[in-house]
Ligand binder design. Structure first.
Ligand code: GCO
Ligand code: MN
Ligand code: MN
Length: 387
């Protein structure tokens, strides 16, 4: 692991949540296997391994129900450690899933008192993030869903969610925080069905908001791959509509529970296309890892995990550079480009009548080999390290 090309630096904009490197390895069948790492130690760990920043949920940093003086002490200490290490806080979020009060959802819960509490908790989390200069506020509605559809109408849930977002956007404006909200979709887990199961479902919903310019998405690899979708396609659609505000990088075998595996450790080719996309479009956001070390790991293993996420990203970035510079690949791409000669352009009655009377040699067009097999093999050879 000695190649300095793959050694992360803060310029790479890699970030981790307190809950990621701090994950203690508990699962539904077993107790934690690692000690809690105090947040300030996590900041030092991230600085040591070359990360740019740290993100947190309200309760990760300040335990819920902390008295005001304790909150202030924690915040001051964390700020000082960030200043000492140069670690930034580009994103903040709110935990609306852990506490039993959210067992029926937060913004979509049937009990209006729960919905009000969820709004209060979110506004307080926004206050906390703003103290650290966070520019993005992620909302993951883990409990916004159902086990039984008998309990609530889906349009009601959507309407409640919309009302909450509209409220929070107004709060953002009134406080002058300048947050961009990033909505994170997931199809299921912990609910049997979560509303807005995919990134693209959120993209449609955002268009219905009063301040839609303030709201975008936070796609996560695992959440798109659980139902077998392409993360890169979701990310590309979000980016194309100006809505890629944040990203959660990790990995996942399709069709399973949320595994939060080390970035690139399962889906080598898909992860490559994802990194290539982000680098090709020069996406200016954070490269955030929302993943966990295996349950088998000790403290050193957690560092191996975090270093591995970043190193793999940088390896894919280098592979993407090679891909873009490969003469053999360029030759095929030029042929593809040459087949895209004259676009139809916008509709006009004239163009429609010309198009209606045009003759196509369907058979000849369909006979031309497109060389995608060769293109893909060239891709594979770069990934497999023989080119
Ligand atoms: C999950 C989610 C969370 C969110 C986090 C940010 O499946 O548990 O990915 O890790 O990203 O809560 O709000
Ligand atoms: Mn997740
Ligand atoms: Mn996530």
């Amino acid at each position: 692991m000695g190649n300095s090309t793959y050694t992360p630096t803060p310029e790479d904009k890699f970030t981790f949540g307190l809950w990621t490197v701090g994950n203690r390895g508990a699962d539904p069948f077993g107790a934690p296997v690692r000690d809690k790492i105090p947040p300030v130690h996590i900041v030092r760990l991230l600085a040591e391994i070359g990360a740019y920043g740290v993100n947190f949920h309200d309760d990760d940093l300040v335990p819920i129900d902390s008295p005001a003086a304790e909150r202030d002490r924690i915040v001051a200490e964390f700020k000082q450690t960030c200043a000492d290490t140069g670690i930034k806080v580009p994103m903040a979020t709110v935990n609306l899933f852990y506490e039993p009060v959210f067992r029926d959802g937060a913004f979509t819960a049937n009990d209006s008192e729960v919905r009000a509490y969820a709004l209060q908790k979110t506004m307080r989390a926004m206050n906390l993030g703003a103290e650290f200069g966070a520019g993005v506020f992620v909302l993951w509605g883990g409990r916004e869903g159902v086990e039984t559809d008998a309990c609530r109408s889906v349009p009601d849930a959507i309407k409640r969610f919309r009302d909450s977002l509209n409220y929070l956007c107004e709060y953002n404006i009134s406080q002058g925080y300048g947050y961009k909200f990033a909505l994170e979709a997931k199809p299921n887990e912990p609910r049997a069905d979560i509303y807005f199961p995919t990134t693209t479902a959120y993209l449609a919903f955002i268009e219905t908001l009063e301040h839609k310019e303030m709201v975008g998405v936070n796609p996560e690899v695992a959440h798109e791959q659980m139902p077998g979708l392409s993360m890169m396609h979701a990310v590309a659609q979000a980016w194309e509509s100006g809505k890629l505000f944040h990203i959660d990088l990790n990995d996942q075998y399709p069709g399973r529970y949320d595994q939060d595996l080390r970035f690139g450790s399962v889906s080598v080719k898909q992860s490559f296309w994802l990194v290539k996309f982000l680098e090709d479009v020069e996406w200016d956001g954070m490269r955030h890892f929302d993943a966990h070390a295996y349950r088998t790991e000790d403290h050193e293993g957690v560092k191996d995990f975090a270093r591995g996420c970043m190193r793999t990203y940088l390896i894919f970035k280098e592979k993407a550079r090679r891909w873009n510079e490969s003469a053999a690949i360029r030759e095929i791409l030029d042929e593809i480009a040459a087949s895209d000669k004259d676009a139809i352009g916008r509709f006009s009655p004239d163009s429609a009548s010309t198009l209606l009377s045009r003759t196509f040699d369907r058979q000849a067009i369909a006979k031309r080999g497109l060389k995608y097999e060769k293109l893909d093999q060239l891709t594979m050879e770069i990934l497999l390290g023989v080119d």
